[in-house]
Design a protein around this ligand. Structure first.
Ligand code: CTP
Length: 404
């Protein structure tokens, strides 16, 4: 199967000696029957010529934001919409800084801002530039916004140094692109997730909340989308960017979250309750700001609906996965919750000052299901999410197609 046939790839080339390798990349992509539109930055044209790239791509190369002839044929916004994927190879340190800061001062940077297609960078630069704190910061910012980085590789550099900063070879980039367009194991599967905290208002200015950052749930949404699923993400108040290709529904309270979930759960295949839903809400919400009068004040709280248990109890229940954040004996408590809520799988994690969990970039989980368990050690939440999605996928597919 040729995954790249007919795919519309916008290949951005920025200024760096690795630009000469992009000519071969274009040739390989054309051989795979992809449509390739090359966009050169000014610095890139110091290394490779538009004429060469036009010849190998079969399309006039775009270079200027203000080119009347090209803009009349296909304006830059149209071009941004045309692309199924944007690959910038090589991506220089300067271009990454421009992108991280949202500048739209050349055609390629403008296209990256205007597109909704996935953006992938294949960095190439001197190893010191790659290690520089400014570049590290830009990389973290870009990754946090869903931009993918492929490479760089380590090895001999054009400048004579040795270290990380080499652009991946054209064949490797081609292989990654083929993998990117290959149908994922969850293609055609609908996933609904909750993430983040909820806020339960006391009055117009105060609420009861919790420390959930939403990072785990958002990482899971990204990983499910990466596995080919159609993902809907019901998010409490968090300051995180929506992962590419994910439909996000913002809510504030547990009741709003329940409503958003229940109105979308029909026909959904996998439900993951990753939100830290408040178990209780104030009995009454004061219409005006509550004034202090006495030394003591009592709040009356009422139970919120349990969204996860509600989903699992439906006759058309999807494969359900819950989370249990515990401060002690995590696995015991989690297993009890899994049975009580009648869910298929639960991810147990220890939370607290030292253990990770809330507000951290790393976490460790133990997955429990009927008759089995798997421990996922402490790692970056993005990698952890990918591993969790792969275990869920395996169990979901086995449940859907039981061995006869
Ligand atoms: N959950 C939910 N709706 C709620 C409460 C929790 O969907 N009202 C989900 C969470 O998203 C998570 C799991 O249930 O997947 C957590 O279980 P829960 O028993 O509520 O955990 P705790 O609140 O930590 O419970 P306890 O206070 O009993 O330890």
């Amino acid at each position: 199967m040729n995954e790249l046939a007919g795919k519309r790839l916008l290949l951005g080339i920025t200024g760096g000696i690795a630009a000469y390798k992009s000519i071969e990349l274009v040739r390989l992509l054309r051989k795979s029957a992809a449509e390739v539109q090359v966009v050169l930055t000014g610095a890139a044209s110091q290394f490779v010529t538009p004429m060469t790239l036009q010849a190998v791509s079969g399309r006039p190369v775009r270079q200027d934001l203000f080119d009347p002839a090209h803009e009349a044929a296909m304006g830059h916004i149209e071009l941004a919409r045309w692309a199924d994927l944007v690959l910038v190879a090589p991506a220089s340190a300067g271009f990454m800084a421009r992108l991280a800061n949202g500048f739209a001062d050349n055609l390629l940077a403008t296209l990256c801002l205007a597109t909704t297609a996935p953006i992938i960078l294949a960095p190439a630069m001197n190893q010191q530039m790659w290690a520089n704190p400014a570049t590290r910061h830009n990389v973290a910012l870009l990754e946090q916004r869903g931009v993918e980085l492929w490479g760089p590789a380590s090895g001999d550099q054009a400048c004579g140094e040795i270290g990380p900063g080499r652009m991946l070879e054209p064949e490797a980039l081609l292989g990654q692109l083929q993998g990117r367009f290959a149908p994922g194991p969850l293609s055609g599967v609908r996933v609904l997730l909750t993430a983040g905290p909820t806020r339960e208002p006391l009055d117009p200015v105060r609420f009861i909340g919790n420390r959930s950052s939403g990072k785990m749930g958002f990482a899971l949404a990204t990983a499910f989308a990466g596995a080919g699923a159609a993902v809907e993400l019901v998010a409490g108040p968090v300051s995180l960017d929506t992962p590419p290709g994910v439909e996000r529904i913002d809510v504030e309270t547990a009741c709003e979250m329940e409503q958003a979930v229940m109105s979308r759960v029909t026909g959904c295949d996998i439900f993951v309750g990753c939100a830290a839903v408040a178990d209780y809400r104030p009995d009454a919400v004061a219409a005006q700001k509550i004034k202090k009068h006495n030394d003591r004040m009592e709040l009356r709280l009422v139970r919120n609906p349990d969204i996860l248990a509600g989903v699992a109890a439906r006759t058309d229940a999807p494969f359900t996965v819950g989370f249990a954040a515990e401060t002690q004996a995590a696995e015991d408590h989690a297993e009890k919750k899994r049975i009580a809520k009648r869910i298929d799988m639960i991810a147990a994690n220890l939370v607290g000052a030292r253990e990770g969990g809330f507000e951290r970039d790393e976490n460790a989980l133990t997955l429990l299901w009927e008759g089995g368990r798997e421990a996922l050690p402490m790692m970056d939440k993005r990698r952890l999410a990918e591993q969790l999605v792969s275990v869920v996928t395996e169990h979901y597919l086995a449940a859907r197609h039981p061995a006869s």
